[in-house]
Ligand binder design. Structure first.
Ligand SMILES: Cc1cc2nc3c(=O)[nH]c(=O)nc-3n(C[C@H](O)[C@H](O)[C@H](O)COP(=O)(O)OP(=O)(O)OC[C@H]3O[C@@H](n4cnc5c(N)ncnc54)[C@H](O)[C@@H]3O)c2cc1C
Length: 309
């Protein structure tokens, strides 16, 4: 039996990092079928068909899917004639919204945030902010998994498109909730989840000017901007920038932590980061003990010097 991977039709620049890493994970389980349902998704489908490892694409384009949400996608998945042994989605807001609903409709449990696939029945996932890893055996069909994007390398683009099969829409669309708007941040910076370099600020960056300087540094390095929960709570950074247990999980090559103490809930989001640089006035802050390089001092002095270089 093959594996079904659900695509987020509302994500900009699809196929994105999260989808490509989910396909790498899916490939370990069998032949991969991608479900792509939405409105005006022709171009997106042509690009997704070229991802290495995708064997076929189920395609449903319908103007009523302009406001596609979990409700509509679940009704499409339930209406599919073929049965799948595994159903996967990335552990993003999209996957976290979709798979629990599907699991409830199918009457099965689901495994979230999978970081390793041992075989078709055994999966590894983190618990307690990544301090413990649990191996689970799951024998029921279908097995529903969300895949942590930082735990797998992304599938690359190939040249040979996968076969496209147009599927029919369900007889009736569920309309329990009404999607009103989709607002996406307007930024030229890379996406936090897939950025090679991330500059993040914490409670130690506590002025507008300080955040402006972090932005300048990020732009100079081609980096994404991130934040701790304290910085988000203080209103200096939007929720979407939060890194950690209750924020984004990231895996940049270079992570620059400015005015961040290194609480375990924050570190849970940067476990897969490559080189970590801490800029902190307190050399005993916990982040300094896990950082590859520490610059001890005030960010107000260090960051402007970096920008000038
Ligand atoms: C259930 C739960 C979930 C949570 N989830 C998250 C999460 O997802 N992400 C997250 O980040 N937190 C999360 N938290 C909060 C977390 O516990 C910490 O409170 C938070 O990460 C601390 O943020 P901080 O490092 O910015 O602030 P602080 O701990 O206050 O550290 C500020 C640091 O800045 C340094 N500093 C101050 N001034 C300067 C300066 N001028 N120049 C240089 N350094 C300076 C200080 O020395 C200090 O080390 C969660 C907490 C709970 C209970």
């Amino acid at each position: 039996m093959s594996v079904l991977v659900i695509t987020d039709p509302t994500a900009p620049n699809q196929p994105d990092h999260a989808l490509c890493t989910t396909i790498t994970a899916a490939k370990q389980l069998g032949p991969v079928t991608l479900l792509l349902a939405g409105s005006e998704i022709n171009e997106m489908a042509s690009r997704c068909e070229l991802i290495n490892g995708v064997d076929s694409v189920l395609f449903l384009q319908d103007e009523q899917l302009e406001k596609t949400g979990a409700e509509q996608l679940v009704s499409i998945i339930l209406s599919l004639k073929q049965r799948y042994r595994h159903i996967l989605a990335p552990a993003t807001t999209f996957g976290k919204d979709l798979l629990p609903r599907l699991a409830a409709k199918l009457g099965v449990d689901m495994l979230s945030d999978v970081v390793q696939i041992l075989d078709s029945e055994r999966f590894v996932r983190p618990l307690f902010a990544g301090n413990v890893y649990q191996t689970i055996q799951h024998q029921h069909t279908p097995t529903l998994l969300t895949i942590r994007p930082t735990a797998f390398s992304p599938a690359l683009m190939g040249e040979q498109p996968a076969e496209r099969h147009t599927i029919s829409k369900p007889k009736k669309w569920p309309r329990h909730s009404n999607h009103i708007a989709l607002t996406q941040p307007n930024t030229d910076r890379p996406d936090l989840g897939s950025a090679e370099i991330v500059v993040a600020g914490g409670a130690g960056v506590n002025t507008e000017q300080g955040w402006q300087q972090l932005g300048e540094l990020a732009d100079k390095l081609g980096a994404a901007l991130g934040a701790t929960r304290s910085a988000v709570d203080a209103g200096f950074a939007p929720n979407t920038w939060q890194i950690g247990q209750t924020g984004r999980i990231i895996a940049p090559r270079l992570y620059i932590a400015v005015g961040i103490s290194g609480a375990i809930q924050h570190l849970a989001g940067i476990k897969d980061a490559g080189t970590i640089v801490a800029i902190n006035k307190d050399p005993k802050a916990p982040i300094c003990s896990i950082a590859d390089y520490t610059l001890s001092g005030m960010m107000e002095q260090i960051i402007p010097e970096w920008i000038r270089v």
